[in-house]
Design a protein around this ligand. Sequence first.
Ligand code: CUA
Length: 173
Amino acid sequence: MQRGSTVYLYELAWILPSIAIPIGMLVALVVFAFGTGKHLPGDEGRVNPTRVMATAPFDQPGVVQVGPGAYEVRMIAGIWLFTPNEIRVPAGSTVTFVATSRDVVHGLFIPRANVNVMLLPGQIARVTTRFDRSGEYPFFCHEYCGVAHHAMWGKVIVEPTSEANIRRVDLGS
Ligand code: CUA
């Protein structure tokens, strides 16, 4: 009897942590994901990949202002370029990329802006980020898509706002 209950306590000492540790990790994951704004890019619907160029909004790829300080980039990935591959927005902008592929699987990776999405033919990806500091933010295709995959890149040019210009002048004088 004495020996039996000792074994039971040992079992309990192993079983309880094996439940508590995964629960603790799950809680840490949820807190980190929501606390730091990490999220999966949304699936914004479907598009016929053979008719991307004729389907809104991809029939007019480029940058459009959708609100004060808010821009939307309508982007098509295809072998082996992004359209558009040079994007200009003022510093402090919130930019939503609405993107898809017109042929094979590509990716959109902006290392300095927390953007990392796959661009699948037929599927529209949507991801939003903020560009607070002026400068150049290169982006790359990070899914192997053929012989010129390495040449598939572009850049977001974040232009200093007039306010930032004034501050720079003040610092310079
Ligand atoms: Cu497109 Cu790699």
